[in-house]
Design a protein around this ligand. Structure first.
Ligand code: F6R
Length: 606
């Protein structure tokens, strides 16, 4: 992971580097650092912890120079200390790096045998020494990079400032990197957001590319070391940092934005004239699709699981869904003429990107459901399905998830209509139910008092179970993920019917069980599972509608009553209370809600 920024400028860069890092904090926030080419040589300022420590230190440190690089880190090799923070320096080279050099130990051993010594535990410092060692041989940079790139294993992007800040070498493999063109200034950054305050004119490096950048421009070389032109595009990313408004946390704001962004996303996928689905044109006929493979990570994966239920049930499509980090290494067969859908808020999760490339090799049509339309996953897809969630800053995904579900719901209805599984009226009914969600969710969010005592109880628990059936099963898993990442309480999401095959052994009065239980076709069975919990002394927190509450509400220790909706749209509605429960429990525990420990918003390592 980590975020990279570099500027070869004509005016002081230190403040601008830190400002750009603010846009990159979503990629990691363990430590941060900058290096500036000053009149007295390369000067570094690094701090462990969040970016504000670095920004505060800069207030009292003179770092004057017009060329520099910066980095915000998510630790992979070595603890989150100042010594391990980037930039790393070796001789002529000052470097920032995102990703992992997998063979760093072998490279380090060779360099140590040649007398090189390391100050940090990072793979990045090894790369700095390797590049410096190769530059010392005096060969032209083209020759050095042709030798260097094959020596490096793993996924990475780096920017190395050389020679007192006159030029930069940058390279990427799998991790993203963009070059920005300014007026007599040149930039490099992990993404369009990093460069947003600096320039809109960007060129994205492609797989295996490297470039030599000076203030006059960039010479780009492809993976075969051939000079290459990459298109310069105008970025839509805005440099404005979104504030929290009247909310305490970005996550709280993003939860409350859901009515609005769900509306935008639905509107995007509807034909405004006849209120029927209007999806981007696909290069295949969904009626003839042998299989749709859905691949994603974390919360986005749970959106994929909901979509599997929808697409199989309402559209009769054969769907396989898998976790990105597993899928790629299964070497799964993929059917001729098949399509693969990759779901990602950031569009940068490396596991998901690599799975996309695997599917590409297997000749699948690639669909990408992303919130960042300029991301790597979007750029490598045949068809991009955007979510209209707007920037999501809180590390825990909320509005990106529900807008993913909204887009997937309309896709399922579109395919159901095309495949003759639902009539136009049936599609219209479900679209109507989707259209009612923004208002219903808005109403729900206007009174969060009932959550307070529940969150207070959850905050005391060591373990929490979330149970659900059908499309409520992935929502149970999502609820558990939200609780553990925000409040550090151990939680598991289970298919309610699977509980009797093992997890029921965990039930006692100390383990709250959150039942995600709209009164749908499976409700009776979920209700039986709730009774099984009660019979073993467990405490049930019931999320259900009026029908469900009437049925089993008297058994529950706490109830959140939700509006009665069409079962098709229930997973979107029920996502919101599990988010709120996790948020309020984290408030009780006093954890760092927007930037929970050990996490990053965008996970660009395997
Ligand atoms: C959890 C969360 C993560 C992400 C996962 C995938 O709240 O946010 O589990 O969903 O890292 O990220 P994207 O969707 O950016 O590929």
């Amino acid at each position: 992971m980590c975020g990279i920024i570099g500027i070869l400028g004509t005016a002081p860069v230190a403040d601008r580097l830190v400002e750009a890092l603010r846009h990159l904090e979503y990629r990691g926030y363990d430590s941060a650092g900058i290096a500036v080419a000053t009149a007295d040589g390369m000067a570094r300022l690094r701090r462990a912890g969040k970016l504000h420590h670095l920004a505060t230190a800069l207030l009292t440190t003179e770092l004057s120079g017009s060329a520099g690089i910066g980095h915000t880190r998510w630790a992979t090799h070595g603890a989150a200390t100042e010594a391990n923070a980037h930039p790393h320096v070796a001789g002529r080279v000052c470097i920032v790096h995102n990703g992992i050099i997998e063979n760093h130990a072998d490279l380090a051993a060779e360099l140590q045998a040649g007398g090189r010594q390391f100050e940090s535990e990072t793979d990045t410092e090894v790369l700095a020494h390797l590049l410096d060692h190769m530059l010392a041989g005096g060969a032209p940079i083209e020759r050095i990079m042709a030798d260097l790139m094959p020596k490096l294993r793993g996924a990475f992007a780096f920017a190395a400032l050389l020679d007192g800040g006159t030029q930069m070498i940058v390279a990427r493999r799998a991790s993203p990197l963009a070059i920005g063109f300014g007026d007599s200034e040149m930039y490099v950054g992990s993404d369009a957001l990093a460069l947003a305050g600096l320039t809109r004119r960007l060129c994205y490096l492609e797989e295996g590319d490297w470039a030599l950048i000076s203030r006059d421009g960039a010479a780009i070389f492809d993976a075969d070391n051939q000079p290459v032109e990459r298109p310069v595009v105008l970025s839509e990313a805005t440099g404005a940092l979104i504030g929290k408004g009247n909310f305490r946390h970005y996550m709280e704001r993003e939860i409350h934005e859901q009515p609005e962004v769900l509306g935008y996303t639905l509107a995007y996928y509807l034909d405004s004239r006849n209120r029927q689905p209007a999806l981007p044109v696909l290069p295949f006929d969904p009626c003839k699709l042998p299989r749709l493979t859905i691949v994603a990570a974390g919360t986005s994966y749970y959106a994929g699981v909901v979509a599997k239920y929808w697409l199989e049930h309402v559209a009769g499509v054969l769907v396989e869904v898998d976790i990105a980090s597993e899928f790629r290494y299964r070497e799964a067969e993929m059917p001729v003429g098949g399509a693969a859908l990759f779901i990602s808020q950031s569009g940068e999760s490396l596991d998901t990107l690599m799975a996309l490339r695997y599917a590409r090799q297997k000749a699948q049509t690639i669909l990408a459901l992303v919130n960042q339309p300029e991301s790597s996953i979007a750029r490598e897809a045949d068809v991009v399905l955007p979510t209209r969630a707007g920037p999501e800053i809180g590390v825990a995904s909320t509005k990106a998830f529900t807008t993913q579900l909204m887009a997937l719901a309309v896709l399922s209805l579109d395919w159901a209509a095309k495949r003759g599984r639902l009539s136009a009226d049936e599609v219209a009914d479900r679209l109507q139910a989707l259209g009612e969600l923004p208002e219903l969710i808005g109403d729900m969010l206007s009174n969060l008092e009932p959550y307070q005592p529940i969150a207070h109880g959850l905050a005391q628990a060591r373990d929490v179970l979330y149970l659900g059936r059908g499309t409520s099963y992935p929502i149970a898993m999502e609820g558990a993920l939200k609780l553990k990442e925000l409040s550090y309480i151990h939680a598991e999401g289970y298919a309610a019917g699977e509980m009797k095959h093992g997890p029921i052994a965990l039930i006692d009065e100390g383990v709250p069980v959150v039942m995600v239980a709209p009164s749908d076709a499976l409700f009776e069975k979920t209700a039986s599972n709730a009774r099984e919990v009660l019979a073993r002394g467990g405490r049930v927190i019931l999320l259900s509608d009026a029908g469900g509450v009437q049925h089993i509400g008297s058994f529950a220790s706490h109830i959140i009553e939700l509006p009665t909706v069409h079962p098709f749209v229930a997973p979107i509605l029920y996502s919101v209370p599990v988010q709120v429960l996790a948020y309020m429990t984290a408030l009780e525990k006093g954890t760092d809600i927007d930037q929970p420990r050990n996490l990053a918003k965008s996970v660009t390592v395997e």
